[in-house]
Design a protein around this ligand. Structure first.
Ligand code: ADE
Ligand code: ZN
Length: 362
């Protein structure tokens, strides 16, 4: 399951360690074989091999995924892949398949992204998408005991109006209702192309959401420099997705550490999208030394060939962290999760128990 060179004991520990995943796009869990299967079931035409030879077969598509040249190169495949999803059960099954795999790899809590705008643009109803994903989340909670959170992303390459329409639909449907009950959608995020669109594109939405007490995160500092991270904080984000270029601004890094902002780092994604040359270049050591809180995540595992455990193992292989450092990483993931104190304490207890069990072994 995991091709890294970490020892059997480390692999066993990282597998057993109770993990939180905060950065995985459900549409990024569409494996190539499922893309072809759903395209055929739903009568969706994928690009013809003459238009794009990558779509000749499952094998050619998987092979092409190994050679992304940038974030935008990857996104061109990602936005085609998701067009095969049509029915509520397609969305439910996709989410369930991810949760099953995450559970096998030791995830106890998952906060998952989804991208409704692309589905709405091609005529899939908002409720079909949300109800399908909710169905997958509920099944994971009841059958696997994972706690889940849905985070709805706005796409930066589309006009502001499209995001505003989506925001107002979610409000009207009561899915972002934080008063007195558990909302259907627990947070809002921003993803897609980073360098190009204005840094504060979604400012009006974020300011409105902040007033309503909605949790806010944003992709920033992935390809773009640290000023994108600052812009995300200034419009109200309390979490940063990726954020690896934070190290270029020591003062901002100090602020992020002080304010206990969680970075959702995706080391294998960063390598696959050529943001860094190797996992060893991801500033894991610098973040640990500066007291910056971060979690380790898969981002788009079906496109980058690595689910969460492989990402953890890749970090261990590159940095040789200690048991105590892994404990801190796992605990910070829990502390930065959008869950209540009771669930946090439960997860912290499980981490403590697991680390104790491995103290004599590692
Ligand atoms: N959407 C899916 N994966 C993404 C990534 N790594 N960065 C920005 N947007 C994304
Ligand atoms: Zn992402």
């Amino acid at each position: 399951m995991c091709p890294s060179d970490v020892s059997t004991q480390w692999h066993a520990f990282l597998s057993a360690l109770p993990k939180c995943e905060h950065h995985v796009h459900l549409e990024g869990c569409l494996e190539p074989d499922l893309i072809f299967t759903l395209a055929s079931k739903n009568n969706v035409s994928l690009p013809s091999p003459s238009e794009n030879p990558a779509y000749t077969s499952i094998e050619t598509l998987s092979e092409r995924y190994g050679h992304f040249s940038s974030l935008d190169d990857f996104l061109s495949f990602y936005f085609i892949g998701m067009t095969v999803l049509k029915t509520q059960s397609d969305f439910a099954e996709l989410a369930w398949t991810y949760f099953k795999r995450a559970h096998e790899e030791g995830v106890h809590h998952a906060e998952v992204f989804f991208d409704p705008q692309v589905h709405l643009e091609r005529g899939v109803a908002y409720r079909t998408v949300v109800d399908g994903y909710v169905q997958g989340c509920k099944r994971a909670e009841s059958e696997l005991g994972i706690s889940t959170r849905l985070i709805m992303c706005f796409l930066k390459h589309l006009p502001l109006q499209s995001a505003q329409d989506l925001y107002h639909t979610a409000l009207k449907e009561g899915d972002l209702d934080f008063e007195g009950r558990d909302p259907v959608i627990h947070g809002l995020g921003a993803s897609s192309s980073e360098v190009g669109p204005p840094k504060d594109l979604f400012r009006p939405i974020y300011l409105s959401a902040k007033e309503r007490g909605i949790n806010l995160t944003a992709h920033a500092g992935e390809e773009g420099d640290a000023s994108y991270i600052l812009a995300a904080l200034e419009k109200g984000a309390t979490r940063i997705d990726h954020g690896i270029r934070l190290v270029e601004d020591p003062a901002l890094m100090e602020r992020i550490a002080r304010e206990e902002v969680l970075l959702t780092v995706c080391p294998v994604s960063n390598v696959q999208l050529k943001c860094v040359k190797s996992v060893g270049e991801v500033p894991i050591r610098k973040f640990l030394d500066a007291g910056v809180r971060f979690s380790i995540n898969s981002d788009d595992p079906a496109y980058f060939g690595a689910y969460i455990l492989e990402c953890y193992c890749a970090v261990q292989e590159a940095f040789g962290l200690s048991l105590a450092e892994w404990k801190t990483i796992a605990e910070n993931g829990v502390k930065g999760s959008w869950i209540g104190e009771e669930r946090k304490n439960e997860l912290l207890g499980r981490i403590d128990e697991c680390v104790k069990r491995f103290e004599g072994v590692l």
